[in-house]
Ligand binder design. Structure first.
Ligand SMILES: [Zn+2]
Length: 384
């Protein structure tokens, strides 16, 4: 046995503590809607403990209800996909084309949001079902799921709204924060935003490529060879499925299947873009600096997740169709808890926030989206 292994645990822990910087014990103040919001280290500890306790309660309660829920959603999604694709074979009849396209669009939305995004977060890993395991799941999107698990689960959820760390702030294409330095390129902000919306699945697919670092010369395209191959394979597979194989199967009705698939993908792109942008960029959401968040405590991490996210209000169906990302605040607090639980705990989270004087940003989709569009246009200009 080596001397190292014989060392008492307490000594090793002390050594580790020497290497790791101590958690930052400083208050953070943010101005939200014109009012200062302060979180002191003491408040953050108590706040974090309350949220940890809430999380533990939900985790202890996970069981049959959650399993039934996700299996039911998957069943509905499959039925909608099969029904929609079958209906599109008769797409020469306008009502069949409309119904088929709508069913396929809903199926793709469910697949990407309530099923794919949530399963890939590992929300159902505790079930031990390989079909629902986060690391295996592949979704109906141009973005390869293994790349998404890194860019979204790790980068975005760990470094949420930290400028220069969270690449979801503008996806390397847009200026979404005043803290991003303006260049003349950003005159095109509204145009890039529109293109990203209609081509959203490809925008998400290109996420891991880090095009802004390639553009700036920091890395070369050769450094990203593996990533690029992965994207190319997935895009080719998706393109062959929706735009070649299914249209060919329809024989003379191929054009109706082709346009139906194209429209369903477009609807899914616009919808997921709207939900995701409303989750992080409406008025009032905050960005953070690397200095503010270096080695933050768990309570401060929760504080940042809340101030960097926003919720959407609406009915039950709306929440399911948004993959419960309408509860973006709760999703960011507890990304590995089944998403439909976020709806159930939102009242309690809100009540905890109120007690600590932390604003809880929520509003209906049209209102939140309008503020996002305004921000995109405003930040195109150099004086903003
Ligand atoms: Zn997420």
């Amino acid at each position: 046995m080596t001397a190292m292994l014989e060392k008492p645990t307490a000594d090793i822990e002390a050594d580790v503590a020497d290497v790791l910087p101590a958690p930052i014990r400083q208050a953070i103040t943010k101005v939200v809607g014109g009012k200062p919001v302060t979180m002191t280290p003491e408040m953050a500890d108590a706040f974090g403990a309350e949220l940890d306790a809430l999380r533990e309660r939900v985790v202890a309660d996970l069981g049959e209800r959650d399993a039934t829920y996700i299996r039911r959603v998957i069943k509905a999604q499959r039925a909608l996909e099969v029904g929609g694709r079958a209906m599109l074979f008769a797409g020469v009849l306008p009502p069949a084309w409309i119904a088929g396209t709508a069913m396929l669009a809903v199926s793709k939305i469910l697949d990407n949001m309530e099923i794919g995004h949530n399963i890939m977060h590992g929300q159902y890993d505790w079930m031990g079902d390989p079909a629902l395991a986060g690391r295996n799941f592949e979704w109906d999107s141009a973005c390869p799921s293994d790349q998404w698990r890194h860019s979204h689960n790790y980068m975005h959820h760990t470094y949420t709204n930290i400028v220069d760390m969270d690449r979801d702030i503008g996806y390397g294409i847009l200026r979404m924060s005043e803290d991003q330095r303006w260049t003349p390129y950003y005159y095109g902000n509204p145009v890039y935003a529109f293109l990203l919306m209609v081509l959203f699945q490809y925008g998400v697919a290109l996420h891991e490529l880090e095009t802004e670092r390639i553009r700036s010369g920091e890395i070369s395209i050769a450094d990203k060879r593996e990533t690029l191959i992965g994207i190319w394979r997935k895009v080719r597979r998706q393109t062959l499925k929706d735009y070649v194989a299914f249209p060919l199967l329809a024989g003379p009705f191929a054009p109706w299947v082709f346009t139906g698939n194209l429209t369903a993908n477009l609807i899914r792109n616009i919808w997921s873009y709207a939900i995701i942008f409303c989750g992080h960029f409406p008025d009032g959401t905050q960005e953070f600096t690397k200095e503010e968040t270096a080695n933050e405590t768990r309570g401060m991490w929760y504080f940042r997740q809340i101030l960097g996210s926003a919720n959407l209000t609406g009915g039950k169906l709306f929440h399911v169709m948004s993959g419960n990302l309408s509860f973006q605040i709760e999703h960011h607090l507890f990304p590995d808890i089944p998403a439909f639980r976020h709806a159930e705990i939102s009242q309690e989270v809100q009540e905890i926030c109120e007690r600590y004087g932390i604003p809880y940003n929520k509003g209906p989709l049209p209102q939140q989206f309008a503020t996002v569009v305004r921000k995109i246009c405003k930040l195109a200009l150099p004086w903003n």
